[in-house]
Design a protein around this ligand. Structure first.
Ligand code: AMP
Ligand code: GLY
Length: 421
């Protein structure tokens, strides 16, 4: 089977790596990919946001299955377009991709189906929002109703901070805004919970914990993710049952009632408080860097699972997981998430290869004449699986130190809540 992966990050390299291990795959294309995906697949430089151009390529190369990594093309209808051309695609359609594209869409489902989530108010104007603020408690959370790569969320401790957030959002910082979401601040522990669904049935797809802040001790600015580990230490059978019964199943029921179905990975960002789950947000894809920690734990052929989803046949699959711990630490360009240098060579990288326990997944890299350059903020994901988070972290840090990339930095405390040393 010929397969195409859409995207260029660490998540897509992890997908390409895992799929490349299958004997059922004859060729993988990454559109556009990075210097790492180039090792396990054929990178194709085309603008996948132009669905017609994408379809022409898929059709010319007789690609049988398309796996979509990032959220943006999903919310813009890449699946609907390719399906209308009779191409098999793994990912949700535009309407249900609003679960990530519109926080208000998700909140309305929560309200109708009694899904536990932070109490909220949808405001239609600045005036509406300021009025609401005068009657509520702090801290609270102000959210733009668009895809904003995590930046449209303001945790506000004071009314002044909330005023700034409301003004910025309605003044168009994240594009045109007609509505805004103001919600209760939830205390507790966060967890990323994943399922995979074929439209009729679903299976759990493991859990993870990511570290979004740039600094040690989870301090400083938000980033795309500085590292992650899987499984989450919070999960147990009782909690899983609650998450499925109170959050996942009502959501899938809501989608069915809209005469739609959910195909793809679904990622629930949860807050766990006193063993009770609350939905913070949905993402309609795998997490990045959570994906890099979860995929190496699978003991099946990933192609079978994804293909079964596209054929409404997931119920017959038995997804097996290695009884191991997995960790990912992201090596970033100095300065990230603010300004950083681009086109800096990463020497020595070629000495590092993935094996059964260590994995190197590229993110913002490109190859020029056999040299590898950093072109993004998050550059290389180092992943290790072992019997303990502590030993995985030591192994990864050893590798990063061996690489000794002068322009890079990383967090050495990934997993601090589950490692006592
Ligand atoms: P989101 O983009 O909705 O996931 O929000 C980004 C981050 O903001 C989450 O991962 C949480 O850490 C935090 N967050 C969002 N909503 C809330 C909330 N209601 N209470 C506490 N923290 C929140
Ligand atoms: N790791 C957070 C995300 O993928 O949105």
């Amino acid at each position: 089977m010929k397969i195409a992966i859409i995207g260029s990050g660490g998540r897509e390299h992890a997908l390409a790596h895992q799929l490349s291990r299958s004997r059922k795959i004859s060729k993988i294309y990454c559109i556009p990919g990075n210097a790492g995906t180039d090792e396990v697949s054929t990178n194709v430089q085309l603008n996948f946001n132009n669905f017609q151009v994408l379809y022409d390529f898929i059709s010319k190369e007789q690609i049988e299955l398309v796996v979509v990594g990032p959220e943006k093309p999903l919310t813009e209808g890449i699946v609907d377009y390719l399906e209308s051309k009779k191409i098999k695609v793994f990912g949700p359609r535009k309407k249900v991709a609003q679960l990530e594209g519109s926080k208000i869409f998700t909140k309305k489902i929560c309200e109708k189906f009694n899904i536990p989530t932070a109490k909220f108010k949808i405001c239609n104007s600045k005036k509406d929002s300021f009025e609401y603020l005068s009657s509520t408690k702090f801290p609270l959370v102000v959210k733009a109703d668009v895809l904003a790569a995590g930046k449209g969320v303001y945790i506000c401790k004071t009314i002044d901070e909330a005023n700034i957030a409301i003004n910025e959002i309605f003044d168009g910082k994240f594009g045109k805004a007609d509505q805004i979401l103001i919600e209760e601040f939830l205390e507790g522990d966060e967890m990323s919970f994943f399922i995979i669904s074929d439209g009729n049935s679903y299976k759990t797809f493991n859990t993870a914990q990511d570290h979004k802040r740039v600094g040690e001790g989870d301090k400083g600015k938000n980033t795309g993710g500085m590292g992650a580990y899987s499984p989450s230490s919070l999960i147990n059978e009782t909690l899983e049952r609650k998450i499925l019964e109170k959050i996942i199943e009502p959501t899938l029921k809501a989608i069915k009632e809209m005469d739609d179905k959910y195909i793809g990975f679904l990622y629930a960002g949860l807050m766990i408080k006193n063993d009770e789950p609350f939905l913070i947000e949905y993402n309609v894809r795998m997490g990045d860097p959570e994906c890099q920690t979860i995929l190496p734990l699978i003991d099946n052929d990933l192609v079978d699972i994804i293909d079964a989803c596209c054929k409404s046949n997931l119920a017959k699959q038995n997804i097996k997981w290695k009884n191991k711990k997995s960790m990912c630490i992201v090596l970033c360009s100095k300065g990230y998430p603010e300004e950083y240098k681009k086109d800096v060579e990463i020497e020595n990288l070629r000495k590092f290869h993935s094996n059964d326990t260590n994995f190197i997944f590229h993110a913002g890299t490109k190859k020029v004449e056999n040299k590898i350059y950093a072109i993004g903020g998050r550059v290389i994901n180092f992943v290790n699986i072992s019997d303990s988070f502590s030993s995985s972290r030591k192994e990864i840090i050893k590798k990063i130190e061996e690489l000794n990339w002068e322009n890079g930095f990383y967090r050495s405390d990934i997993g601090h809540k589950v490692i006592n040393e």
